[in-house]
Ligand binder design. Structure first.
Ligand code: PLP
Length: 356
């Protein structure tokens, strides 16, 4: 971020943007999908689905918490008929329920939306398995993955799993400051976009505006639609290069899984319960933990802050005051911050009177 203010068509910047697009394909394990990097937060990725939605289209949201509710709310703005397939807190819709929902649709769903990790509950969806069911039961349906809290920390194989959209943001497991919305779009999704009957109901979010820009930078030419966040793209370039040079993606997935399983076991040993029903249902980039009786979120956050550790309170509206969340993605995993966090948590709980 501490690069001097630079023009978006500076000859030094053009390859930085182009290489960032190419590296995103490597991180998501795809050969031919189209990456987009646009200034905005992850939420802009939801709005970008307006390029695929036309009024009256049916969308199935596999809802595992707060972010499923909000993604659905965003799609309704663009005229989608949204059906939520909800799971109780800590669980996720299974293949049978998805198969049934697809079979009972009066017209095929245009999109099935999966929140890969719902950051409000820490629940991990099985994207590979759900995508398989969608391909089998409803081949025209596009598989859309909200990977804001999973790209960079959870296994994602864009081509092998037949995904159509993975959207994410710069600031979570990609380990970069906030401010960039990032999308990967399949050729199939581009076909659906190209065959729209109605105009895209957005100016800034329109793929028609952004696709030529991405293509220009990838062929190492400067171009302009709206000014990109040059410094953020420098930062993203650094993050992506670090990810890709520190080992294979397989090694990165395994490092997150290993750190997460180890941490979750220590949480159980401390006598605490987690929101996800099992490790299989639990994110590898975060842990969501029920508070012990008599301890409040503000007290726990303060006890950890005093020890130099920042964690988050609850987010799911039904139970927000009853649990807390710990993020462990990117350098938190590779630099072993989790040991420091565990020690602070254990000491903080003891200070607040917790006994187990
Ligand atoms: C954080 C998050 C978002 C929203 O991203 P912003 O960058 O805050 O706009 C969307 N979905 C999930 C799963 C998230 O964790």
């Amino acid at each position: 971020m501490s690069t001097p203010a630079t023009s978006h068509v500076d000859p030094n910047f053009i390859p930085i943007f182009g290489e960032s697009l190419e590296m995103l394909r490597k991180v998501l394990l795809t050969e031919k999908a189209q990456p987009l990097i646009v200034s905005g937060s992850g939420t802009l990725g939801w709005d970008m689905m307006c390029n695929l939605i036309e009024p009256g289209d049916n969308v199935l949201v596999l809802n595992t918490g707060y972010f499923g509710d909000k993604f659905g709310e965003c799609l309704e703005v663009y005229g989608a008929n949204v059906t939520h397939l909800r799971a109780p807190i800590g669980s996720r819709p299974d293949r049978g329920a998805v198969r049934e929902a697809l079979a009972s649709a009066t017209k095929p769903y245009k999109l099935v939306v999966i929140t890969h990790v719902d950051t409000s509950t820490g629940v991990l969806s099985n994207v590979r398995s759900i995508a398989e069911v969608v391909h089998e039961k409803s081949p025209s349906t596009l598989v859309v993955v909200d990977g804001v809290c999973s790209v960079g920390s959870e296994e994602i194989r864009f081509d092998q799993w037949g995904l159509d959209i993975v959207l994410t943001a710069s600031q979570k497991a990609l380990g970069c400051p906030p401010g960039l919305a990032i999308l990967m779009v399949s050729q199939k999704a581009l076909g659906v976009f190209n065959n729209r009957k109605t105009n895209v109901p957005s100016y800034y979010a329109s793929w028609a505006k952004w696709l030529p820009i991405m293509q220009a930078y990838e062929s190492r030419k400067g171009s302009y639609f709206a000014t990109p966040a040059v410094q953020l793209i420098y930062a993203l370039h650094t993050s992506l290069r670090q990810i890709l040079t520190s080992g294979t993606m397989e090694q990165r997935f395994a490092a997150h899984l290993g750190a997460s399983r180890g941490f979750k076991q220590k949480i159980r040993d401390l006598g605490l319960r987690q929101l996800p029903e099992s490790d299989e249902f639990a994110a590898n980039g975060m842990t969501a933990i029920w508070l012990p009786e008599g301890i409040s979120v503000p007290d726990l956050l303060a006890a950890l802050a005093k020890r130099g550790v920042q964690i988050a309170g609850g987010l799911h509206v039904d139970v927000a005051t009853k649990y807390f969340r710990i993020g462990h993605m990117g350098i938190s995993v590779t630099r072993k911050h989790l040991d420091v966090v565990y020690d602070a948590l254990s000491a903080g709980l003891t200070e607040l009177g917790y006994k187990h």
